[in-house]
Design a protein. Structure first.
Ligand code: PLP
Length: 364
């Protein structure tokens, strides 16, 4: 048995998402690029590559990872490229997407040899959380002024519009796409491709996948554009668990179980968005599951089990792929979870372990 803690990527579950992506691509004609900022665990790329068209990125390193480890079509986006990065970025990219007209003009000469796009901000989104809302007041994420965009329209072949956030509501998606069609028609009519970004939860249980596909095809036909989607969370949702073990149990007015992991170090996104980890909830025996860092609020959440817990018992934390492994850190020097893949025959294969040397090399 692989020692805990480790992230366990379940290939069968990952493939369920991949088959939905494939169905959507086939029916809609849209291309799907993995958003590496959500999930960049490249040992899983062999399982994903046949079902997706490539990757999109938010930095030079993600871009290079996509080019070298995923291959296929590689989109380069960054909120701001630096003078030192731009030539290298262009050497990896099939398309480069600038965040502003200012960046497009600054790097006009260097980028003239590849297809270029601009990020368009429709000034609405589906995010209820200010921190993650690209349409928040004074947002720096993309251009919205049609006249300003029309001024550089001859330099670009497409736009990227990322405005959805875990949107499970197809009717809302449909309405908002209609708004984009109405407000940005003069721009859209001039383009060859439009990326609608990520944040559509179309691999979720019960999502009307075929309705989405038909809507995307209609959009593509109306403007004569190749549609792209950039699924991050939707690509890997529910595919991965964080496997941990109980190290200590105490009763401080509540039954507490301390495990060999830390929410701050290994599932940071949950702490930022103040969400509980997805823990077992079957049975009579309730425990609060706590991390082993010294942060007082290092708590995964409340769980229930059919029998009392003992030291050494293992617990699976569900849905541990998206915005999780990409954010793990060395806080408190807690050893990082290893990474393993559960093959289709059920065997677990260890693909990466982290050691003191990795901790040492993360600083100097
Ligand atoms: C974050 C992001 C994505 C992926 O979003 P998900 O919600 O994980 O699907 C795609 N495109 C851009 C530009 C992003 O910033």
């Amino acid at each position: 048995m692989i020692p805990t803690p480790y992230y366990l990527i379940d290939k069968a579950r990952l493939l369920e998402n991949m088959r939905k992506i494939e169905r959507l691509r086939q029916r809609s004609g849209a291309k799907a690029l993995l958003a590496l900022k959500c999930f960049a665990t490249w040992s899983a790329f062999d399982t994903m590559r046949d079902y997706m068209d490539g990757t999109t990125s938010s930095s030079l390193f993600e871009l290079r990872l996509g080019r070298e480890k995923f291959g296929k079509e590689t989109h380069a986006y960054s909120v701001a490229w630096s003078d030192r990065e731009i030539d290298e970025a262009i050497s990896y990219a099939d398309k480069i997407i600038f965040n502003t007209v200012g960046q497009l003009e600054r790097f006009d000469t260097q980028s003239a040899g590849i297809q270029r796009g601009l990020r368009l901000n429709p000034r609405f989104s589906t995010s209820g959380f200010d921190l993650a809302d690209p349409a928040r007041p004074f947002s720096r994420l993309g251009e919205w002024d049609v006249a300003k965009i029309m001024g550089v329209i001859d330099k670009i072949t497409g736009v990227m519009i990322h405005y959805n956030c875990e949107n499970r509501d197809f009717a809302l998606f449909d309405q908002q796409l209609t708004r984009i069609e109405d407000e940005f028609a003069p721009v859209l009519e001039k383009l060859d491709w439009v990326s609608l970004g990520g944040g559509i939860h179309f691999t979720g249980e019960g999502y009307p996948l075929d309705d989405l596909a038909d809507r995307l095809r209609a959009f593509s036909e109306r403007f004569g554009v190749q549609v792209y989607l950039e699924p991050g969370e939707a690509s890997i949702t529910n595919s991965t668990t964080l496997e941990v073990s109980v190290l200590d149990i105490l009763d401080n007015g509540k039954q507490l179980a301390i495990v060999d992991s830390s929410i701050e170090a290994h599932m940071l996104d949950l702490l930022i968005y103040r969400e509980n980890a997805k823990l077992p909830q079957e049975g009579e025996h309730a425990y609060q599951i706590c991390g082993k860092s010294c942060l007082a609020g290092d708590i995964f959440g409340d769980a229930r089990f059919p029998a009392p817990l003992s030291v050494g018992d293992r617990i699976s934390v569900r849905d541990a792929a998206g915005y999780t492994m990409v954010k793990k850190n060395w806080f408190n020097g807690v050893n990082m979870p290893a990474i393993a893949i559960r093959e289709l025959d059920g065997t677990e294969r260890l693909v990466r372990e982290f050691t003191f040397e990795d901790y040492l090399s993360s600083l100097s």
